[in-house]
Design a protein around this ligand. Structure first.
Ligand code: NAD
Length: 415
């Protein structure tokens, strides 16, 4: 008996009538690599961590997905995230499949040297399974551009210099301009396309749209800045320390300047004139047109979903709504733009980075951003069109993605 795919994928297989012979190939990952990561710590003691790379599908192109360092990493979670990447790359029509990697380690307990060794040992152990036309890792939770630089260096020792082996690397080593802000920007472009297609007036046409954002990290901060620059009224933001509410709209660049004025500062450490303090969950429940959870998974659940009153929710984080909360919102008529679409900006610019690496030609930032906007807008329009048949935007997004993957399998004779 084969395992099941994620519930969202199984539901799409059923809606689309995907034959079992094809669905079975998507229920089991193409390949799973499980390794030991031995690292001699700064204290001289040897510690062994578990490391993984799960390659779900490469029917549309090389496997693609992040590498995370987190204590809760296990094979089951990495499997689910690898499958999610297959749908995400298909939905935004990238010539990639889906993969994910992880090391079960708390990066906050590692010195820079230890963190580098974890990245190098992981690369050494899974090295035969990854490659620029095979599987291309990228940063995820607990890893960053520096981690990608170490993977690039380790892999190049045995294979020669190859910038396409990772994306999300430093710009000085062939990373792409626009990569850091890409996910947050994509969130706002998807919102703008949604408003436009639903006949609502975005600020670019004089509309007043109030936005509240939970999370002020890579995704949340860039989404807040992009929204502010496009004329949205960003009335609430928060990070893990707490946040601020100003019904007239917060001055987002001023918040960023204040945070950067001292290393380690968080939103609760600031004093924001004219604004009221709120707690870390505050933005989810304020009176806004659009709520953007951009921090963690499962922040809205059956217990608090009644307090979320905004008519539009953009899932910038992965799985910010529990299935029960998502169902309650749909029931109430709330428009929910799903994560596989809303936060796809990062993997889109990863693809641009890979293309630039192949041609050894660096694009300027304006070109990267224009291409990003066009892809996110096109995918959003397509999902909105498909929702006419399927109902919710989440189902519609899954249907578009699954159809593309299944069609590629049929074309390749994998049925
Ligand atoms: P990050 O670590 O840069 O930022 C996370 C932010 O959330 C921080 O501001 C933190 O203070 C805040 N936060 C943490 N716990 C909180 C809490 N309990 N209440 C309120 N705020 C809290 O992470 P990120 O890269 O911005 O990622 C955020 C989410 O987006 C994650 O779910 C991630 O998987 C998803 N995502 C990120 C990317 C990307 O390109 N970075 C791409 C796709 C999906």
């Amino acid at each position: 008996m084969l395992p099941r795919a994620s519930s969202a994928a199984e539901a799409a297989f059923a809606r689309l009538g995907v034959p079992d012979a094809l669905a079975d190939r998507l229920r089991v990952p193409h390949r799973e690599v499980s390794v030991q990561i031995p690292v001699v710590g700064d204290d001289g003691a040897l510690r062994v961590h578990r490391g993984f790379r799960v390659q779900h599908s490469d029917v549309r192109g090389p496997f693609k997905g992040g590498l995370r360092f987190h204590p809760a990493v296990d094979l089951e979670e990495v499997r689910l995230l690898a499958e999610l990447m297959t749908w995400k790359t298909a939905l935004v029509d990238l010539p990639f499949g889906g993969a994910k990697g992880g090391v079960a380690v708390d990066p906050r307990t590692l010195s820079p040297r230890e963190r580098e060794l974890v990245a190098r040992r992981w690369t050494e152990r899974v090295g035969a399974a990854i490659g620029p036309m095979t599987d291309i890792p990228a940063p995820d939770m607990g890893t960053d551009a520096g981690t990608m630089a170490h993977i690039l260096d380790e892999w190049s020792r045995t294979h020669g210099y190859e910038p396409r082996i990772v994306t999300g690397k430093p710009v000085e080593l062939g990373g792409s301009l626009g990569r850091v802000a890409a996910t947050g920007r994509g969130v706002v472009v998807a919102l703008e396309t949604l408003l436009d297609q639903r006949g609502l007036t975005p600020p670019s046409n004089g509309g007043d749209v109030a936005v509240a954002i939970q999370g002020f990290g890579n995704v949340g901060e860039h989404a807040a800045l992009e929204a502010h620059l496009r004329g949205y009224r960003v009335l609430a933001v928060s990070d893990v320390s707490g946040g601020w509410l100003d019904p007239d709209g917060l001055d987002v660049p001023a918040l960023e300047d204040a945070l950067e004025s001292e290393p380690g500062r968080q939103l609760a450490d600031l004093d924001v004139a004219g604004a009221t303090r709120i707690d870390a969950t505050g933005p989810l429940f304020v009176d806004a047109d659009v709520v953007i959870p951009a921090a963690l998974g499962h922040v809205v659940d059956a217990a608090n979903v009644d307090r979320l009153t905004a008519p539009i929710v953009i899932e910038a984080a992965n799985h910010p709504l529990t299935p029960e909360a998502a169902a309650a919102l749909v029931e109430r008529g709330t428009t929910v733009l799903p994560d596989i679409l809303a936060n796809a900006g990062g993997v889109i610019v990863s693809y641009f980075e890979w293309v630039q690496g192949a041609s050894l030609l660096a694009w300027d930032e304006a070109e990267v951003l224009a291409r990003l906007d066009a892809r996110i807008a096109a995918a959003t329009r397509q999902v909105l069109r498909a929702a006419g048949e399927a109902g919710t935007l989440r189902d519609a997004a899954m249907d578009v993605a699954v159809r593309r993957v299944v069609h590629a399998m049929e074309l390749r004779g994998q049925g």
